[in-house]
Unconditional design. Sequence first.
Length: 390
Amino acid sequence: MGTRNLLNGLAIAMGCMLTWNVADAQESFETFIGQGGVEPIVSAIEATDDAGVFQQVGYHSICGDGNCDSCDICQTGGCDSIIPDAACTPPWWSHRTGVFGEFLFLRPGGTDTVYAIEQNDTTANAFPTGPVGTTAVDFSAGFRVGVSLANTYTTSLVVSYTHWEGDSQSSIARNGTNVLNSQIIHPSTFTTGGNSLQSSASSSMSFDQIDGVYRHKLFCTDTTIFNWSGGFRYGQMEQGLQSQQDISVATGLVTVDTDIDFNGFGLLMGIDAERRSCKTGMLCYTKGVASFLGGEWSGSYRQSNQLGGGGVVANQYEDFRITPVLEAGLGVGWQSDSGCIRATAGYTATCWYNALSTRSYVDAVRSGSYLDVDESIAFVGLTSQLEFRF
């Protein structure tokens, strides 16, 4: 009986102690929170700070400032696998599978060709009188289409095809008794004469690119993401020129046709960055890409006379070289909260270095020197892109 009473007394005492400890622990925890020792975990979908400002949607949103070493704290929990963990919310910057189309409105630079100059007479002491015949390709439309295949939230494969082409026509007629001096016809034949009444030229150019790129997250914050990319590129460019000028009765209409082609393949590497507002969905972006294409530049030149006088002048040129292609872009855009729809618009600039242009090739044929026959060809203009992602 005494033992039973002793056990009952111990049980009652232990119960009182546990009750007091729980109450005391709860009071201490509430006091600690009130002093700012712990911040409650907020929703991974949307949260506000003390000033009522929206926090960015994504992994980092569920942890307080300074409490995380990475912007994707769920990464080791399955988000970096092929099938992400259901507990992880895709961040706004996550790589996704999708398709995109891009409109290009570009103008080439370093390609304008002077085909005729008006001068006072045909003597060696002749001087120019003002008008210059120039063929210059203006702004023209192109496009880029592609698909992206996301392997994880942080990696993806992107395949794209780019096409652009433009052309131009120009003509010039002499004034009064002046004559036209051709800058295209080979100097071994008559380039000026009393019957040089008018001259005309048409030029065209185009380029194609096929890119296969692996893209991976470099680092990020709540509102900013940097990605690096690497892969391969096939590049192709064509340039053409036809110039016609009336020289004299002996030769009649003189026609010069030139054609330049390039096909190259090489490495590609790049980096891109974005900053997005989760409150409005607006974003700004910048990117830079460098590729190094090894391939053959080939050119052909043929001059023929309507009446056969002066014979036929022809040339074939080939040169294998490495052509660096550098690209840069800057713009703004909008992305839906779900990340499924994305639209951007901006400015882009591309430059092909160590290239063979029509005017540099024609100058080489006319001078007879083929050393340092290279030039930089640029493309600058506007771009807009629409992307659907899943």
